[in-house]
Design a protein around this ligand. Structure first.
Ligand code: ZN
Length: 462
């Protein structure tokens, strides 16, 4: 068997094309955080790598959360008074507010408008919106479609089901010579969108396939999970294993044509993975950007919650939220391309090759430094502890979260709360939090007060 540093992709058409073709194959499926769309997706991935698929029943307690009811959908449409279908789920699965409860009735335009989401700034695009934790129904349509609505009766139909079922995730563990693990994670919950995040799913499938063919020192664990609730579920069921995780990356947004890669550092910012990714990007002589950890984004939010603080960063091209097409129908098969996918794949592979070459001493000394480096002297020596340090607490249940998910700006208002929760591990004072978050001290203090009231935070009295 070959060694990992001998991996050379022997593929005449280029691995970027393979990665793109898998995206094409997965694109039409209507995925969500649970349901048959996730199963179908994982089964397709299983044709490439020996994936283990787990089902976790609805109602299972996972830290502060519960596995939700399982959602499935067959069809949905809006018909005008002439009986013409003016919005059709079969044309785009983004047309339905993801996790909509079933509905079939005739309603007025005024009533319909309360359940419609559009993007006025891009009148041809359909927005992607979710309502996982509040039972609601809705349609996402182009703003042009919206402007054509007349004052008449509409028939709305969403043929969905929300039942006691399970949450599905996929995992593949590739045992190396040593127990130390690299965790590579992506999410499989977005319906028809490509950069966010079929690009990450497909890239990791091919990376797992290549590593599976060769000898390696480190062990590798690949997760294909629904975002947030899947990471929380996995961490909750695998708490004993996480001590082995020494390095990791969340793979997302790796297929757009931007010539620039973006690396979001781990929470501590000084782990081996941070150094190696920086090396690989520097050596590439291509443009790149490195950003410090921030407590919003993808599943690094859970992996890097203060109770775990895992050395996991995220390597992307254009960061989610920074491209206009993000969470819309314009993040489609034209938005990603095989050349960029191949370029991202090469970076991931180089990172793996460099990780394989680390010497044990370096690893150990790095571990010891971790705790010390985060302590920064500050003027305001008041420290807090997050009372729910493992993963994020479920903010929606406590009335602290905008209930319709997927919107770009809603997360902005939540930033002080996310920063306070993530940094309140007894080592960051108020002024540390202000410095690291770049937010106003008053906003941080307000967030602290809210979190104390909700019993999620306590002053550190040590
Ligand atoms: Zn997303």
């Amino acid at each position: 068997m070959e060694k990992i540093n001998q991996i050379e992709i022997k593929n005449s058409k280029g691995i970027g094309k393979d990665i793109y073709e898998l995206i094409q194959d997965l694109y039409p499926i209507c995925r969500s955080i649970t349901g048959n769309g996730v199963r179908e997706t994982l089964n397709k991935i299983k044709q490439h790598i020996p994936l283990n698929i787990s089902e976790v029943p609805t109602g299972t307690k996972v830290f502060d959360w519960e596995v939700p009811k399982e959602w499935n959908i067959n069809d949905a449409y809006i018909k005008n008074s002439k009986g013409e279908k003016i919005v059709d789920f079969k044309k785009s699965n983004l047309h339905v507010l993801n996790y909509s409860i079933p509905i079939h009735k005739k309603i007025s335009l005024t009533e319909l408008k309360k359940h419609i989401f559009t993007l006025p700034e891009h009148p041809d695009w359909i927005p992607y919106r979710t309502s996982y934790y509040e039972e609601n129904w809705g349609f996402c349509i182009t703003h042009n479609q919206f402007q054509n609505l007349r004052d008449e009766q509409y028939e709305v139909c969403i043929e969905s089901s929300l039942i006691q079922g399970s949450l599905t995730y996929g995992e593949i563990f590739l045992k190396g010579k040593i127990k130390d693990e690299v965790l590579l994670s992506c999410y499989v919950c977005h319906p028809s969108m490509c950069n966010d995040n079929l690009s990450g799913v497909s890239l990791l499938t091919y990376l797992a396939r290549e590593i599976n063919k060769v000898n390696h020192n480190l062990s590798y664990r690949f997760l294909f999970i629904p975002e947030t609730i899947g990471a929380i579920t996995w961490l909750s069921k695998n708490e004993k294993k996480i001590n082995n995780i020494k390095h990791g990356l969340v793979a997302t947004c790796v297929g757009d044509s931007s010539g620039k890669m973006t690396y979001k550092k781990t929470r501590n910012g000084n782990n081996i993975i941070d150094k190696i990714v920086t090396n690989v990007l520097t050596e590439s002589k291509e443009p790149f950007e490195i950003v410090d950890f921030f407590p919003t984004g993808s599943d690094e939010r859970q992996f890097c919650s203060p109770g775990f603080n895992l050395p996991i960063g995220s390597l992307m091209r254009t960061i989610y939220d920074k491209f206009e097409e993000y969470h819309t129908s314009a993040d489609n098969l034209n938005y990603v391309n095989s050349k960029s996918l191949e370029n991202s794949f090469e970076k991931y592979l180089k990172i793996i090759k460099q990780l394989e070459e680390i010497k044990v001493e370096e690893k150990e000394s790095n571990q010891k430094n971790v705790k010390n480096k985060i302590i920064i002297k500050s003027d305001e020596e008041i420290f807090y502890n997050n009372l729910n340090p493992k993963c994020e607490p479920q903010l929606g249940r406590r009335g602290l979260y905008n209930m319709v998910g997927g919107q770009k700006n809603s997360i902005q208002n939540m930033l002080p709360i996310f920063w306070v929760l993530n940094l309140s591990d007894g080592t960051n004072s108020i002024s540390d939090i202000v410095k690291k978050s770049n937010l106003e001290i008053q906003d941080i203090k307000n967030a602290i007060n809210i979190l104390i009231k909700k019993n999620l935070l306590k002053m550190d009295t040590k």
